[in-house]
Design a protein. Structure first.
Length: 230
């Protein structure tokens, strides 16, 4: 897990962070990614963000249209639940067999509903979010290794997002970068099953004498916790 710190939400920061990487990016509709898609990165839409538009619409006025959209999207997530422990190839097959027909029907239904609602309405905005990004939202069908949403990453961001007011004043760009590096180590340690405190304590104690050629052994995915008493 890698975090980065930037002084603004300008698209140049996302492009600089990704560098020459050219793969599949699961994301929301953040405008800062648009230039990267033009340079070869493949956009994979996040179904959770599309669902959230209808969830908010239903919460606001109990919209039956939103309820129907949520029901269809729930069917897609049920298929993902069934495919959770499948191989990428098996997941691709079940998506083609079961998810694709649901998405085709959902798209046709959304187009029909969009013609019936006024421009600028909350319902139109919810429909437009999905319709304008439909190609990206359905690309996950093509690759069993690609998730339906970026919720896993969002969950890793949430602890820092919830405490955002605490780091409004990092002090400087350099301090912000340093904080992002520390967060990266802490969260990566957790993802690898380590106690972050034990990991950081051991790394800080070993750093002064660790050979430069062996420094990679202290990274979270390679670190081995010393046995008690050593």
């Amino acid at each position: 897990m890698v975090y980065d710190f930037s002084p603004s939400r300008a698209g140049e920061h996302a492009r600089n962070f990704m560098g020459q990487w050219n793969g599949k990016l699961v994301c929301d509709d953040f405008a800062g990614y648009k230039a990267s898609f033009e340079q070869g990165i493949t956009e994979i839409g996040c179904m959770a963000h599309a669902r959230r538009k209808f969830f908010d619409l239903h919460s606001a006025n109990k919209s039956q249209l939103a309820e129907q959209a949520l029901h269809s999207i729930a069917g897609l997530y049920e298929i993902e639940r069934q495919a959770r422990h499948m191989s990428d190839e098996e997941r691709w097959r079940i998506r083609q067999e079961k998810s694709s027909p649901i998405l085709d029907a959902l798209h046709d239904w959304m187009l029909a509903q969009r013609d019936r609602v006024p421009n600028g309405s909350a319902t139109a905005k919810a429909l437009d979010y999905s319709l304008k990004r439909w190609l990206a939202l359905t690309r996950y069908l093509e690759d069993g290794a690609v998730p339906i949403d970026n919720n896993q990453v969002e969950n890793q961001i949430r602890p820092w997002a919830l405490g955002r007011s605490n780091w409004l004043f990092a002090g400087s760009l350099r301090s912000g970068k340093r904080a992002a590096a520390i967060m990266s180590l802490i969260q990566s340690a957790r993802l690898n099953g380590h106690d972050p405190y034990a990991y950081l304590k051991d790394v800080l104690m070993r750093l002064p004498t660790q050979r430069a050629s062996e420094i990679s052994q202290l990274l979270p995915h390679q670190w081995i916790q010393p046995e008690a008493g050593m």
